[in-house]
Design a protein around this ligand. Structure first.
Ligand SMILES: Cc1ncc(COP(=O)(O)O)c(C=O)c1O
Length: 389
């Protein structure tokens, strides 16, 4: 399966970073433009008489895709907005604790640091064992951070820096047994893995559409368990009611955040249909096989052991592989010394991440990526002196 004419990268670009910013296939871009056209043709008609029912349809389709009721979903620009809504809504008291793993996304930590500072609450960061050997060990290490003051666990479904699929079902189950709610940071999971939020039973799930689902930039969602919906605050205060005059619903506060174009949300079903047409399981298999190929080639090149087992349980379409460390980690905001030359000399877009003393090459594999591109990456790394002496 290639679908490569759905994407339009400039010639000479090897794009191995769908995990940061995933471009949409052509059909999704056209769908988004089509929705914007409908709005532009007759805005009164669109906003007042069409938009809410179209958003309901889109939410129902998204809900089917992630095992949730569309009525429990909010459309948000991205996972960051979703996480801010959660952080503004959980009532923290002085002394409360919010429990994290040591592999959470930096912006998510900042969001919660601000919420905790305001309430004189605390963030507790629990290191998880690495290399990874078993799910039980990972879950036990996280749960060891629970105390009588733990108000919430915030945990990635698939981590950013280390590209690990956490055993999220086991984490949610164990947390529920201890009576601790869970907010899952899940932007990478949408489409990369088979999501079923009903089975997961978390309180909140934050997702972005622009990553593996390849929905438009500016599309994401927040799942909120029914027991939490009435206490949620909107990120932006507006009218708070239905624009079409329907009976009040908890989603109303979040749908009209002032006048804006809802096209990215309305094009999400087209992205889902695109992957369904390709076959979801074959999408997952194909992109995992390529990630596995990249993993093998990087190990051959560096001789460094992968930090996680070679299994779809632990990684999907993205891997983060150690490469030899060369000197101290760059300061925050400064790219790794190799990342820019890989782009400038070879046209290869790939992030190199410094995390807890490891230097990790993160390879993202989507439908348009090929083994030849991975070979090209390996050759380029070799040329830059990465490899066995
Ligand atoms: C684990 C994780 N959480 C949150 C985010 C933020 O996603 P977005 O920028 O789409 O809001 C990212 C982005 O890469 C991420 O990897």
């Amino acid at each position: 399966m290639s679908n490569s004419d759905e994407w339009s990268f400039p010639a000479g670009v090897t794009y191995l970073n769908h995990g940061s910013f995933g471009p949409s296939p052509r059909c999704v871009r056209e769908s988004r433009q089509g929705w914007t056209e409908r709005l532009e043709q007759q805005p009164m008609d669109f906003f007042l008489r069409q938009m809410e029912s179209e958003l309901d349809h889109a939410a129902a389709k998204l809900g089917e895709f992630i095992g949730a009721d569309g009525n429990d979903l909010l459309f948000c620009d991205n996972a960051t907005v979703a996480m801010n809504i959660v952080a503004d809504s959980v009532a923290l008291q002085p002394g409360d604790e919010v429990l994290f793993t040591n592999q959470e996304y930096g912006a998510v930590l900042r969001i919660w640091r601000r919420a905790c500072d305001r309430a004189q609450a605390q963030i507790v960061v629990q290191p998880l064992p690495r290399p990874i050997t078993s799910a039980e060990e990972q879950v036990a290490a996280l749960l060891a951070g629970i105390t009588g003051r733990t108000k919430l666990i915030v945990v990635s479904h698939i981590t950013s820096q280390t590209a690990v699929i956490f055993p999220i079902e086991a984490i949610c189950r164990a947390a529920a047994q201890r009576g601790v709610p869970v907010c899952v940071d899940g932007p990478h999971a949408l489409a990369m893995v088979d999501l079923n939020l009903r089975r997961l039973g978390c309180d909140f799930y934050c997702a972005s559409g622009h990553k593996w689902l390849s929905a438009p930039f500016g599309s994401g969602c927040l799942f909120v368990a029914k027991r939490r919906q009435q206490k949620l605050s909107p990120p932006v205060m507006s009218w708070g009611g239905s624009v079409s005059g329907r009976p009040a619903h908890w989603q109303d506060e979040f749908r009209w955040l002032g006048t804006r174009d809802p096209a990215p949300f309305l094009a999400m079903p087209t992205a889902i249909e695109f992957l369904e047409r390709s076959g979801l399981e074959s999408f997952r298999e194909q992109t995992h096989d390529l990630a596995q190929y990249a993993r093998q080639r990087i190990v051959e090149l560096t001789g460094l052991e992968p930090p996680l087992p070679d299994s779809r349980e632990w990684y999907g379409s993205m891997i983060a592989m150690p490469i030899p460390v060369a000197g101290p980690a760059p300061k925050q905001g400064i790219r790794d010394q190799l990342q820019t030359p890989l782009w400038e000399k070879f046209g290869i877009e790939i992030p190199i991440i410094h995390w807890h003393g490891e230097r990790l090459l993160r390879v993202s594999c989507h439908l348009y990526n090929t083994r030849a591109q991975i070979d090209r990456l390996i050759d380029a790394l070799h040329e830059f002196g990465i490899g066995r002496p």
